[in-house]
Design a protein around this ligand. Structure first.
Ligand code: F6R
Length: 367
């Protein structure tokens, strides 16, 4: 049932070309130049007239939500807030019947997310669900939604569900932007063509990064800490990379927006601190270069996740992981793959139970 892989997690990482393809299937019709999503189409007016969209989720799904904020604000120009469901539900948030709430949950059973939805519903908000598990509690309680169709995710650490959530959020943002006139037809066509190319590119990333991440992981088996840095769309990707590492390898890891380094975490950097930097060419590249220079000056061990052929950041790095170029908005989908592999191999070399990390459950049905 693990299809020849040692763990479900590795199998699920390798399934991503297919799972992303399945998320897009029947929705992204590039030749016709359309995105078909009944859940959005049927409620288009209400969603486009929303004063704000609040995304609620936990854990990895919350990280997807953060990227959703960047996508929806950039392409649909609707204000978005992203909240941990557990905070949202206990803080009397300002939600009215003009609001849209997007709940993201792989399992569709997370207790805090469920409770937050119920509260927002009582206040009259329209609830849109993004779930992976068909007919799950959250899928049933929402007013409309889209399934991610990533297939069953068994490893406790979320991998393919995350990239499918990013794919769905991309579809939603582009569809809204197209229909509310914020996205020109030309730009829409360029972006959907790129989106359509992602399954193939993820396959390339798996092929080109598998061996190198395995090799890099060997050097960090005894690390005590890790920092993950990114900017823009890749700041949440850094948070997610750090979460993957900590939950399965039990190494303490933190994600940060690269520019926040100098507001505190830079004090931690010395020759013993591994720092993963996500720095694609499209996306604040020059700013990242100067962040990397600051780290280099303090002798941090740099693992650079950059586009193929990169020279500037790569030349300062101790280890280099390359992935193909895409629009900045889709780069977290590609950059996340080697970060999943890196976390996986570090955990495997430490002898950890990657599919069932200690203290964690696949779905958190109690608060
Ligand atoms: C991390 C992980 C958790 C879940 C979180 C929300 O790898 O799996 O952080 O993302 O418990 O779960 P869902 O998405 O099922 O609501």
């Amino acid at each position: 049932e693990k299809g020849g892989y040692e763990h479900f997690m590795l199998k699920e990482i390798f399934e991503q070309p297919k799972s992303i393809h399945d998320t897009l299937r029947g929705r992204l019709l590039v030749n016709e130049g359309i995105i078909k999503m009944a859940g959005i189409w049927d409620h288009l007016e209400r969603i486009n007239q929303a004063q704000k969209i609040t995304i609620i989720a936990c854990g990895t799904s919350w990280h997807a939500g953060l990227i959703g904020e960047y996508l929806i604000e950039e392409f649909a120009r609707i204000p978005v807030e992203v909240e941990y469901a557990s905070e949202f539900r206990y803080r009397n948030p300002i939600i009215t019947d003009k609001d849209i709430v997007i709940a993201i949950s792989q399992s569709g059973e997370t207790a805090d997310t469920m409770a937050a939805i119920k509260m927002a519903k009582e206040k009259g908000a329209f609830i849109y669900g993004i779930c992976n598990v068909v007919d799950s509690s959250i899928a049933r309680i929402t007013d409309a939604g889209s399934y991610t169709h990533a297939g069953p995710e068994i490893g406790v650490a979320s991998t393919k569900a995350f990239t499918s959530q990013l794919t769905i959020l991309s579809l939603i943002a582009l569809k809204l932007g197209k229909h509310n006139g914020n996205l020109s037809n030309q730009e829409f066509m360029r972006l959907i063509t790129e989106l359509d190319a992602l399954p193939k590119k993820v396959e390339e990333v798996l092929e080109s990064t598998h061996e190198i991440t395995k090799e890099i992981a060997k050097h960090f088996v005894d690390a005590q800490n890790f920092l993950y840095l990114g900017r823009g769309y890749n700041f949440p990707a850094a948070l997610e990379g750090a979460l993957k590492l900590k939950e399965i390898s039990y190494i303490h890891a933190e994600g940060y927006p690269a520019a926040e380094m100098k507001h505190g975490p830079i004090a931690l950097i010395d020759e013993n601190m591994p720092i993963v930097i996500i720095a694609p060419r499209q996306g604040h590249y020059d700013k990242i270069v100067s962040n990397v220079q600051e780290i280099k000056a303090r002798k941090g061990k740099i693992i650079a996740v950059v586009n193929s052929g990169d020279t500037q950041v790569a030349s300062m790095a101790d280890y280099v992981i390359e992935f193909p170029e895409t629009s900045e908005c889709f780069s977290p989908i590609l950059a996340s793959v080697p970060l999943q592999l890196l976390a996986y191999y570090v955990a495997v070399y430490r002898g950890a139970n990657v599919d069932q990390p200690r203290n964690l459950a696949k779905s958190v049905t109690v608060e």
